[in-house]
Each structure stands twice: as C-alpha cells, then as structure tokens.
Design a protein around this ligand. Structure first.
Ligand code: AHM
Ligand code: MG
Length: 336
C-alpha cells in the first residue's frame, strides 16, 4: 500500500517544478482546495433543505439560505481574498469579475483566477454530481500597475494551472500545472484531499460519446454524421459506442478521462457559439485533457489557442480521446 499523500504535501513537493517557485502558486492552489472542502460540505447537505429550510428561507440557525452556486462563489472569492495570492477573479457568477488588489494582503498578488464555482448546479436538486472548474493565469503587467485587458483575457495556452473538483459519490480534486494531471480524493474522516489518481492519462480511443442528442436537429451536419457513425455497427472498431450524457460537464469529462471517450457541446442553429464558456469551463478542461494526452477543439481550432475578447464568451467544445476528436474533425471538414 502506498503511503498517504495529501494535496498540501503534494503541492509543496512539486513547488520546485513551477517556473516561479516562490510558493505563491502553491498557496493559491491550497486556498482553492480549502474552499472546495467548504463547498463540498454544503453540497452534501443539499438534500436536507426540506429539514433545514429552503433557499430564501431562514434556516434553523437563523441564517438566510442562499442558492448553492452563489454560496460557492462567495466561498471561493473569500478564500482567494484571504489567501492574498490572487489579484482578480473572473467568475460565472460575476458579470465584471472581482478585483482584489485594493485589499491590503492582495496588493502584490500576481495571479488571476477564472472560476465556475458550481457548474451544473441545477443538478443538485436531483442529487446528480456537480463540479467546480478553475483556471489560473499569471498577470502580465507589473504589480502595482492597473490590470489590463492583456492580463485578464489571456489565451488558454498561457494557463499556469487548471483543475476541477467533482462533488460526486466521492469528492475529487483533479489539477494540472502543465506537468501531467493528478487526482486527489477527499477523505472525509480526516478532511484532506489525498493523492488517489497519480499521473492520469486519457485512453487514445474510447467507446463513450457524450452529447445532448435532444438538440440533434440543430447540430451542424458534421456532428450529425459523427453521431450516426457512433451508432453504426462495426466489429473492428467496437461500434456502436455507448451514449452517456449526465448534463454536468465535470462529471461527463471525469468519466471520459478515466475510461476514454468524447464530450461534445457544439454550436447549434440557435446557439451559434455553443453554450459553454471559454474562460472558466472550456480552457481549464482543455488544459487537463491535453495534459492527460487528449485533445480539445472547437471544430475549427485548438480551444487553448483562442484569443479571448470577453470574460464570458462561449465556444463550441469537442474534447476527449485524441482519436475520437480527430474523427469528429474529419466529419466536420467533410461536411463544411
Ligand atoms: P451551467 O454553467 O449553467 O451549469 O451550464 C453548464 C452545464 C454543463 O455542466 C453541461 O455540460 C451543460 O451545461 C448541459 O447543458 P444542456 O442541458 O444544454 O445539455
Ligand atoms: Mg457553468
């Protein structure tokens, strides 16, 4: 049996790998891990709302209940603020993002965090897994100067770290700093994330495709053709593939990362840029997938090479096992 290694121990051990090894990024990752544990505690209690009070009510402790995505947003921002290593948070829950440089401790902070504090939060009501997704950049302008567009709207290739937390049948934190992907499972008995999935890699091909087929009629022809390809019988390629779509991206991605598969949220006739957000949904997942040996594309270009022009911009996403992504791209180029 391997000795237990906590997220905190692992981060410190790996600190020397970072290009700027002063411990700041390590502390930032630690802060995210702490907030994730607090959010996990609340997500686990979600089924008790009927007992403890529903959203908007006052609970038995006399506190006003909050929607869990708002609560998660507050917890991450609070942890990043008190940690002092983050100068700006772009969040799905915040229209303009939150600048932290005016608070004393964060005055010299060098990192920008883009976060979806609770992705798939509508699934909580039905006890389906949800997740947190985060991405970390280093500011380009010098500390002390005002933050610029170049600081806030960096391409995914500039990420220094990214990760997700899945609040599932167990809670896991998976992250990369550009040197592979490692997964940690929360041991509730000691309250620590422990290394459980070292050096995660995604199989080059898989047998699972994940897409909301209810939107089939609105998909581009290349995606329609790929879905039909997945459904055809072929002994050599083990088709038909299995369709699995949870509707909670972190959960779909996590399963496909472990087993091999493809996740697609394409543009549709009514959503010409798809649904998912570049800065805090697609880029961080793309970084993890690529670091695990997979591929992430919009259908036209590598997701991480997009030059963003808005914190909340949407992009189509085709992510997963390399051979499967390549197959989709082949269909898309034929049918465009
Ligand atoms: P959200 O950020 O509003 O929670 O939406 C993102 C979620 C993803 O987790 C999931 O993959 C997708 O929306 C599901 O969308 P749809 O119901 O259109 O298939
Ligand atoms: Mg989201």
């Amino acid at each position: 049996m391997n000795p237990l290694k906590t997220l905190g121990q692992f981060i410190i051990e790996k600190q020397a790998d970072f290009p700027y090894a002063k411990g700041e990024l390590s502390r930032l990752l630690r802060d995210i891990g702490i907030a994730a544990k607090i959010v996990n505690r609340e997500v686990n209690k979600a089924g008790l709302v009927d007992i403890l009070g529903t959203v908007g009510d006052t609970n038995i402790f006399g506190e006003k209940q909050k929607k869990l995505d708002v609560y998660a947003d507050e917890q991450f921002i609070k942890a990043l603020k008190s940690g002092g290593e983050c100068c700006f948070v772009a969040s799905e829950e915040q229209e303009d993002g939150v600048e932290l440089t005016d608070t004393g401790i964060s005055k010299n902070a060098k990192y920008i965090v883009c976060i979806d504090p609770l992705d798939g939060s509508s699934n909580i009501e039905v006890n389906v897994s949800v997740g947190t997704i985060f991405s970390i950049y280093r500011r380009k302008s010098a500390v002390g100067n005002p933050l610029t567009h170049e600081d806030l709207l960096q391409s995914g290739v500039d990420q220094v770290a990214a990760g997700y937390v899945i609040y599932g049948s167990s809670t896991m934190l998976v992250y990369t700093t550009g040197k592979g992907v490692n997964g940690f499972t929360l041991d509730p008995s000691i309250g620590e994330f422990c290394l459980s999935h070292p050096n995660m890699t995604i199989p080059q091909k898989g047998l699972i495709y994940s897409i909301n087929e209810g939107n089939y009629l609105k998909f581009p022809q290349g995606i329609k053709s790929y879905i039909k390809y997945c459904q055809e019988e072929d002994i050599q390629t083990n088709r038909p593939y299995t369709s699995r779509y949870i509707g909670s991206m972190v959960a779909d991605i996590h399963r496909n990362l472990l087993l091999g598969g493809i996740f697609i949220y394409p543009q549709t006739a009514t959503q010409p840029l798809g649904k998912l957000r570049l800065m805090y949904e697609c880029n961080p997942i793309a970084f993890i997938i690529e670091q695990a040996g997979g591929k992430a594309s919009t259908g036209k270009q590598r997701i991480m090479e997009i030059k963003p022009d808005d914190l909340h911009q949407r992009v189509p996403a085709i992510m997963g096992s390399t051979e499967m992504v390549d197959k989709v791209l082949e269909f898309m180029s034929k049918d465009s």
